[in-house]
Design a protein around this ligand. Structure first.
Ligand SMILES: C[S@@+](CC[C@H](N)C(=O)[O-])C[C@H]1O[C@@H](n2cnc3c(N)ncnc32)[C@H](O)[C@@H]1O
Length: 294
């Protein structure tokens, strides 16, 4: 067996058990991004999330516009000091800094991704505005009330203790600061259980939150003016699923794929099936840290 095959088998043994996905989420996330890092870099580049589309946009245009739109909705300006929670390899932080002039600090669990983010910021000559730290979203290495705003893009689904992550963001935000972003989420209906489980196993996710759970977590963490949606109010996500289906269709038959690619295409199929049935969606939230603590 090759090393990659061994590592994929270890990862799949871990993710098959929902309890282990929760209890060993740090190891799971590190394994997932070590396994998929090269493929993600080739296929996604520095922005590693699905964009929503406005009519006529290419994927590149949609990706940049989607992040700029998030920055505008959050009211970010050159005077902002912003946390990018689960910042990946830095594409969103660089786009936010270039678009608004804000200073952005990215926090990500995986050290190799933080180094890659630093390289990407240097290449875009944004390293005076953007910096990155290795940090767990549930135990942030920042003082209280330092940031004027925070956002996270399609990453909290990887965090086992989501209420704690929201509390940490509330702690490091100044009163009145905006907390906004996108996350992979699931419908509350029991019929969504099976597809949500398939998505979690293939992508190293402890669990997907529902709209009600996210709203509850935000409110309990001390956020006000809480808006949570299934993402349809922001734009059209469907081109992502059409592109994924096309990509999968171009690959050799499933049985001929190496285990990692088989797992990833199973995951892609589950996303497309879930998105088309409404069981899976990319949810959106926008909230404000209360002027007083929770
Ligand atoms: C799908 S990537 C998205 C990255 C980035 N937000 C983007 O849109 O390009 C999810 C990221 O979340 C990070 N992550 C997962 N769990 C984390 C945790 N507990 N604390 C901090 N980062 C975490 C992963 O390392 C990964 O870089």
């Amino acid at each position: 067996m090759t090393t990659e095959t061994d590592a994929t088998a270890r990862f799949q043994a871990l993710t098959a058990d929902p309890r282990r996905r929760r209890d060993e989420s740090t190891a799971m996330v590190e394994q997932y991004f070590t396994l998929t890092g090269d493929l993600y870099r080739e296929s996604w580049g520095p922005h590693q999330h699905f964009p929503c589309y406005l009519p006529g946009q290419s994927r590149e245009e949609a990706t940049e516009a989607h992040v700029r739109d998030l920055a505008d909705r959050a009211g970010l300006t050159a005077g902002s000091y912003v946390l990018d929670l689960c910042s990946g390899v830095g594409g969103p932080a660089c786009t936010v800094a270039a678009h608004t002039g804000a200073r952005v600090v990215g926090a990500d669990l995986v050290a190799a991704r933080v180094r890659e983010a630093e390289d990407n910021a240097r290449k875009r000559e944004l390293d005076d505005k953007v910096s990155f730290r290795v940090a767990d979203a549930t135990a942030l290495p920042f003082d209280d009330a330092v940031f004027t705003a925070a956002y996270s893009i399609q990453a909290l689904c990887h965090v086992a203790d989501k209420p704690r992550a929201h509390r940490e963001v509330a702690r490091v935000l100044r009163p009145g600061g905006v907390w906004t972003g996108y996350d992979w989420m699931r419908a509350a209906a029991a019929e969504a259980d099976g597809i949500a489980e398939d998505i979690c196993r293939a992508h190293g996710l402890p669990a997907l939150a529902t709209v009600d759970e996210l709203r509850q977590d935000l409110t309990a963490a001390g956020f006000t003016d809480v808006h949570v949606s299934d993402g349809r109010d922001v734009g059209d996500w469907s081109p992502n699923w059409a592109q994924l289906e096309e990509l999968v269709a171009q690959l050799p038959p499933r049985d001929e794929l190496p285990p990692l690619l088989r797992m990833m295409t199973d995951g892609a199929r589950a996303l497309c099936t879930g998105a088309r049935s409404g069981a899976f969606f990319i949810g959106h939230w926008h909230a404000r840290r209360a002027e007083e603590g929770p």
